[in-house]
Design a binder for this molecule. Structure first.
Ligand SMILES: Cc1cc2nc3c(=O)[nH]c(=O)nc-3n(C[C@H](O)[C@H](O)[C@H](O)COP(=O)(O)OP(=O)(O)OC[C@H]3O[C@@H](n4cnc5c(N)ncnc54)[C@H](O)[C@@H]3O)c2cc1C
Length: 371
C-alpha cells in the first residue's frame, strides 16, 4: 500500500499555471502539489495517477512550457529541495550531484566560483537543474550533455527508482529520451562531471569576438560575457524587460540535408548561415524568420515577436492568451515554409492541448487569413 504522506494532503484543485510559467500564461490544472520532496514524490504521483488516470507533469520554473488556456485535466507536481554534493574527484575531474529543484543558474554560478569548468557557457539559462537534461539545454558552445554523467529519478507509473547513464538519456540537439513522447520519468538528481584545471570554453563566435582582447579569460569572465550577450537579446529573466514573457527561443534551428542547404544558399546568393551538425546541416531559424519577412516587434493579437530576438515570441499585452501565441507561432512558421520550404519545429513543451504541438500549429495555420 502506498503510504499516505503529508504532501498528499496538500493537493490543491484548479490552480492556474500562469503564475508558474515565464509566459505568464496557462489555465487551471486538475491537481497541483508544490514543494514535494523526493521521499513524498511516489505517494503524490500515485494519488494523482489514481484520480486523473495519467501520471503527473513535473514542473520546474515553467520557462520552456506553453500551457493551454482552458482547464487542464492533468495533475502537476513541483519538486522542492535544492543543493549539491561534491562526489569523488580524481585527476582533473570532480563529480557533482545536484538536486532537481536547484536553480540552474545558481548551480552554474557556484560551479564557476569553485573553479569548476564545463557549464560556464550555460550561464543565465532560466529554470531548474531537473529540467536541464529534458531538452539537453545548450548555448554558446556547450550543451548539458557534455557534462552529465547520470540522471536519477522515479518512474511515475511504476514507482521504480531508476538511475540512467548519459548514454541511456539519448541526448540530441535540444532533445533527449525525456522530451520525445510521453515520458513518465521524474528527474530527482543530476550527476555532472566537471573539470578542475581547464580553461573555459570559448567556441561560439559572439563570445570569442567579445573576448578578443582578453588574454586567458577566466571562467568568471566567460560567464559575465555570456550573461551580457544574453541580456542584450532579452534571454535572461529580467522583471523590467518588456520582452520578458517568453519561453526563450520558440523554434529550434532546423536541420536539413546538405543538398537542401546548397539549394537554399544558391537561391539566396550564397547568404545562408549554416553549420555542419549531426544528421545534416543546421540552419539559423532566426535568419530564416527575418528573411521570410517577419521583423522583430511584429504583433498579432496580444502576442509579439521579441523586439530583441526574432526567435522569441512574447506575451506582449495583459490580455494576451496562449491562443495568441499559438497564432503568432503559426504565422511565423507559415512565412518560413512559404519562403524557404522549411518547417520550423517548436522548442517549448505544449501542455494541456489534446493534440501534438505540430497538430496545434497546423490547425492554427489553417485559420490564418490567406495574406
Ligand atoms: C529567457 C529564456 C531564455 C532561454 N534560453 C535557453 C537557452 O539558451 N538554451 C536552452 O536550451 N533553453 C533555454 N530556455 C528554455 C528553458 O530555460 C530551458 O529549457 C530550461 O531547462 C527549462 O527549465 P524549467 O525548470 O523552467 O522547466 P519547465 O519549463 O518547468 O519544464 C520543461 C520540461 O521539463 C520537464 N521537467 C521539468 N522538471 C522536471 C523534472 N524534475 N523531471 C522530469 N521532467 C521535468 C517538464 O515536464 C517539461 O516537459 C530559455 C527560456 C527562457 C524563458
Amino acid at each position: 500500500m502506498t503510504p499516505v504522506l503529508p504532501a498528499v494532503g496538500r493537493l490543491e484543485r484548479g490552480v492556474p499555471l500562469a503564475p508558474f510559467t515565464t509566459f505568464g500564461l496557462g489555465g487551471p490544472v486538475a491537481l497541483w502539489c508544490g514543494d514535494v520532496t523526493t521521499d513524498e514524490l511516489p505517494g503524490v504521483a500515485r494519488a494523482i495517477l489514481d484520480e486523473t488516470g495519467s501520471p503527473p507533469l513535473l514542473l520546474g520554473d515553467g520557462s520552456n512550457l506553453l500551457v493551454a488556456d482552458g482547464p487542464i485535466s492533468r495533475g502537476v507536481i513541483r519538486l522542492g529541495g535544492h543543493g549539491f554534493t561534491l562526489g569523488p574527484s580524481w585527476g582533473e575531474v570532480v563529480d557533482v550531484a545536484v538536486d532537481a529543484g536547484t536553480s540552474w543558474d545558481g548551480f552554474v554560478s557556484d560551479a564557476v566560483n569553485a573553479g569548476l569548468q564545463g557549464v560556464e557557457c550555460l550561464s543565465g539559462i532560466p529554470g531548474r537543474v531537473g529540467a536541464a537534461p529534458i531538452q539537453n539545454i545548450g548555448a554558446y558552445g556547450q550543451e548539458v550533455s557534455d557534462t552529465v554523467v547520470a540522471v536519477e529519478g522515479l518512474d511515475l507509473l511504476t514507482g521504480a527508482v531508476i538511475a540512467l547513464t548519459a548514454a541511456d538519456c539519448a541526448f540530441g540537439y535540444r532533445t533527449s529520451r525525456f522530451k520525445t513522447g510521453d515520458s513518465t520519468f521524474a528527474v530527482t538528481r543530476v550527476h555532472f562531471r566537471l573539470r578542475t584545471q581547464s580553461s573555459p570554453t570559448v567556441a561560439y563566435r559572439d563570445v570569442a569576438e567579445a573576448l578578443l582582447a582578453v588574454a586567458d579569460p577566466t571562467l568568471q569572465v566567460v560567464r559575465e560575457c555570456v550573461l551580457a550577450i544574453r541580456r542584450r537579446k532579452s534571454m535572461v529573466i529580467d522583471a523590467t524587460d518588456p520582452n520578458r514573457r517568453s519561453a526563450g527561443s520558440f523554434f529550434t534551428n532546423p536541420v536539413v540535408t546538405s543538398g537542401h542547404a546548397d539549394a537554399l544558399a544558391a537561391e539566396n546568393g550564397g547568404e545562408l548561415p549554416r553549420y555542419q551538425s549531426t544528421g545534416g546541416v543546421k540552419l539559423s531559424a532566426a535568419w530564416l524568420i527575418e528573411n521570410a519577412g517577419v521583423a522583430r516587434g511584429f504583433e498579432l493579437g496580444g502576442a509579439r515577436v521579441s523586439t530583441r530576438h526574432t526567435l522569441a515570441l512574447t506575451a506582449a499585452s495583459a490580455s494576451c492568451r496562449t491562443s495568441d501565441i499559438v497564432r503568432l507561432a503559426a504565422h511565423v512558421r507559415r512565412a518560413v515554409r512559404r519562403r524557404f520550404g522549411v518547417t520550423l519545429e517548436p522548442e517549448p513543451v505544449f501542455v494541456g492541448f489534446d493534440r501534438s504541438a505540430t497538430q496545434v500549429l497546423d490547425e492554427a495555420e489553417e485559420s490564418l487569413p490567406n495574406d
